[in-house]
Ligand binder design. Structure first.
Ligand SMILES: *[C@@H]1O[C@H](CO)[C@@H](O)[C@H](O)[C@H]1NC(C)=O
Length: 307
């Protein structure tokens, strides 16, 4: 398969989400709102954690890392989707498409590791409080954030290795609003059954695997919390994030024949709604964070007035 030379497709066409004008307007309004809200919220979290010395603890560092990657989650798919909503011909260049697939997988990988690190952090804090400072040392935090990026990059490169030499010679219409890897592979003019299976097994095993690890952590945490009967609301918040992030993912890769529109709407959910949810869930219920964020906001405002 000396594929690369056969490629004649230079761009892909998205069919988008729907042709209904009303739903498009609705999507436009909601996606833009959530996009702006999650960019603002997540930037504010990164800024707050960086500028408030008393928030320099493992939990907040990991939260800031999650917010930072959420800025990427928001930006990799939704701006293009919003821009495309009212365009008749929704095109993306071949290179743009491959770039999108690459970053979607990097970001997905990083986010999974960070969610696991955050679960581990809470597990140590609640189940082994006396060893917390020794286990969650600054080195451990740096290890987690570096590991997240390494895992994300390796995972994405592995996925790309499957597709980089695929020949594309004819059909170039993707029934989606972004370059979705399984759909992208189906367009190659070669027998792709084995490849589809490989990509599915790769992403599927990673997301199902980390989902179960996370669930196990949180079950242990919940049992410990109940034994000591202190408040469990922030753990419930963590679990909500985990389920909302992985639920649609697992559905994608595991569902044998995704019903045509449901999986697209779930994808919107992952692209637009989850990055917005993280700041809401992790900060609104956290008094310390709220106070710090207000202070940073006030500083930003007065800075603007002076300059
Ligand atoms: C991510 O975590 C590392 C290690 O704790 C920290 O030094 C860094 O500032 C964090 N990154 C962001 C963007 O907050």
């Amino acid at each position: 398969m000396d594929g690369a030379n056969h490629s004649v497709v230079s761009e892909f066409i998205f069919l988008g989400l729907t042709n209904s004008w009303d739903i498009q307007i609705l999507l436009f309004v909601f996606s833009s709102m959530f996009y702006v809200a999650s960019m603002t919220g997540n930037s504010l979290i990164v800024l707050t954690v960086a500028s408030e010395p008393h928030l320099h603890s493992p939990m907040y560092f990991l939260l800031a890392n999650l917010s930072f990657i959420d800025l990427g989650v928001s930006s990799v798919v939704s701006p293009k989707m919003i821009y495309d909503l009212f365009r008749k011909r929704k095109v993306i260049s071949f290179r743009g498409c491959v770039t999108q697939i690459f970053f979607i997988h990097v970001i997905g990988g990083v986010e999974m590791v960070l969610l696991m690190a955050m679960a581990f952090d809470r597990y140590v804090a609640i189940c082994k409080p006396l060893h917390y400072l020794a286990i969650m040392s600054p080195q451990m935090c740096i290890f987690f954030s570096v590991a997240a990026w390494v895992v994300g990059l390796v995972y994405s490169v592995v996925q790309m290795a499957f597709v980089v030499n695929l020949p594309f010679c004819g059909p170039n219409v993707l029934d989606s609003f972004y370059c979705d890897l399984p759909r992208f592979i189906k367009l190659a003019c070669t027998d792709t059954h084995k490849l589809e299976l490989m990509v599915t097994v790769n992403s599927g095993s990673i997301s199902v695997g980390s989902f179960f690890i996370l669930i196990i952590y949180y079950i242990v945490i919940i049992f410990t919390v109940q034994k000591h009967s202190s408040g469990g609301s922030s753990k419930a918040a963590h679990i909500t994030v985990v389920v909302l992030f992985f639920g649609p993912l697992i559905f994608f890769y595991m569902w044998p024949t995704p019903s045509k529109n449901l999986d697209k709407f779930l994808a919107i959910f992952d692209a637009v709604f989850t990055p917005f949810l993280n700041p809401v869930i992790y900060t609104l219920r956290n008094h310390e964070m709220m106070v710090a964020m207000r202070r940073v906001c006030r500083q930003l405002m007065s800075f603007r007035k002076i300059s």
